[in-house]
Design a protein around this ligand. Structure first.
Ligand SMILES: CC(C)(COP(=O)(O)OP(=O)(O)OC[C@H]1O[C@@H](n2cnc3c(N)ncnc32)[C@H](O)[C@@H]1OP(=O)(O)O)[C@@H](O)C(=O)NCCC(=O)NCCS
Length: 307
C-alpha cells in the first residue's frame, strides 16, 4: 500500500442522490469524494453489517464535512501466461497501480435531535414504541440513531425514520442555524452547548489494523481546531430575527465539544482518540446492537465568531 492520502469535502448540495441505488449508479454531477465515501460505507455498513442500502444515505450528508482516505494499491491487471507443455512464460504478469477509497468519516454540525433515550431501541432508524419488543437482532451497526430531522427540537416527538426528501444546502444550513430547545443534561453535555458529531467511521476490512481511522480522525480534528467557527451560523446571512436571538451573545457558537455514538464494541478505539463514555447518556440499541454516547472537548482558539 502506498502512502494514504486524505480528501475533505465541505457541505455541498447532494441533490439528485438516489438512496435506493449504490454509489456507482448515481448521477455524474455528484462529488467524487462523497461517492467514494459511500463506496466505503456500502462495503462496511451495508455489505458487512447489514444496514439497508436506503438507510445509509441521510439528510445529514449534505450538511456534513466528509473525509475519505485513499490508498494506492498494486493490482494484477492480467495474470502470467505459461506454455502448458514447456512451462515457458508466454506473457508476464502485468500489474497496475490503482487509487482506491479505503476509509471514511463525517462531522455533522449542530443542531442535533435529542440524545437517544436510555434503553431505546431503533430498527431501521425508527425509534420503537415502548411496547414494541422487536429489537431487530443481527442487523446494522453504525451510528444511525441520530435520525436526522433538522426541524426536530428537544422536547418534540422522538425522531422517526429519516425523510428521503432533500432540501438545498442553503436551506439546510439555514435550518441548522435556528435555535433548538435544550436537550436533557448528561455527564459531559449540559444539554445546551452546541456540539458537532463524529459519525460513519469506517475502514474497509482489507485495510484494518493500520490505524487508518486514527489518521482520518487526526485530520478531522486538526481541521476542526483550525476552523472553529466554520459551522457557526452567520448573522449576516440569516439576520437576528431569523436566528430568533436578541443579542449576538445568544447566537449558538461551537466551543470545541465533539460527540460520537459508538457501538459498545469499538469504544476502546474512540477512547484512544480522547473520547470518554458519557455514562449519563446510558445505552441504547440500534438493530439490536448496543450503543453508547462519547464526548471529548477540543481545545480550540476562540476565533472571531462568524458575522
Ligand atoms: C472501527 C474501525 C473504523 C477501526 O479501523 P482501523 O483504523 O483499522 O483501526 P485499527 O484496527 O488499526 O485499531 C486502532 C487501535 O484500536 C484498537 N482496536 C481496534 N478495534 C478494537 C476493538 N474492537 N476493541 C479494542 N480495541 C480495538 C487496535 O488494537 C488499535 O490499538 P493500538 O492503537 O493500541 O494499536 C474499523 O474496525 C471498522 O471500520 N469497523 C466497522 C465499522 C464500525 O464498526 N465503525 C464504528 C461505528 S461506531
Amino acid at each position: 500500500m502506498g502512502t494514504p492520502f486524505i480528501s475533505r469535502l465541505e457541505p455541498t448540495r447532494l441533490d439528485g442522490y438516489d438512496p435506493s441505488k449504490p454509489h456507482d449508479q448515481q448521477a455524474a454531477h455528484l462529488p467524487p469524494v462523497f461517492l467514494d465515501a459511500m463506496a466505503v460505507r456500502e462495503a462496511v455498513f451495508v455489505g458487512e453489517q447489514g444496514t439497508p442500502l436506503d438507510c445509509e444515505y441521510d439528510n445529514d450528508d449534505a450538511r456534513s464535512c466528509h473525509w475519505t482516505i485513499y490508498a494506492s494499491v498494486n493490482m494484477t491487471a492480467s495474470a502470467e501466461q505459461r506454455d502448458p507443455s514447456t512451462g515457458a512464460v508466454l506473457r508476464p504478469r502485468r500489474s497496475e497501480t490503482r487509487t482506491m477509497p479505503i476509509g471514511t468519516m463525517r462531522i455533522v454540525p449542530f443542531p442535533h435531535p435529542p440524545h437517544p433515550p436510555p434503553g431505546a431501541r431503533y430498527v431501521g432508524n425508527v425509534l420503537q414504541d415502548d411496547d414494541d419488543d422487536d429489537d431487530g437482532e443481527g442487523g446494522a451497526a453504525q451510528d444511525h440513531s441520530g435520525v436526522s430531522s433538522l426541524s426536530s427540537t428537544a422536547g418534540a416527538a422522538p425522531p422517526r425514520r429519516r425523510s428521503k426528501t432533500l432540501t438545498s444546502v442553503d436551506e439546510e444550513r439555514q435550518a441548522s442555524a435556528l435555535p433548538y430547545g435544550p436537550d436533557k443534561p448528561t455527564t459531559y453535555h449540559d444539554g445546551k452547548e452546541p456540539y458537532v458529531k463524529l459519525g460513519r467511521v469506517a475502514v474497509v476490512p482489507e485495510f484494518r489494523g493500520h490505524h487508518i481511522a486514527g489518521q482520518m480522525w487526526r485530520a478531522a480534528r486538526k481541521w476542526l481546531e483550525d476552523n472553529p467557527a466554520f459551522f457557526n451560523p452567520s448573522v449576516t446571512e440569516l439576520g437576528m430575527d431569523q436566528l430568533k436571538v436578541g443579542a449576538v451573545s445568544e447566537i449558538p457558537k461551537w466551543k470545541g465539544l465533539v460527540c460520537c455514538h459508538a457501538q459498545e464494541r469499538v469504544v476502546k478505539v474512540y477512547e484512544k482518540w480522547g473520547f470518554r463514555v458519557d455514562e449519563g447518556m446510558g445505552k441504547w440499541f440500534e438493530e439490536g446492537i448496543p450503543h453508547v454516547g462519547m464526548f471529548q472537548r477540543l481545545h480550540i482558539k476562540q476565533g472571531n465568531p462568524k458575522v
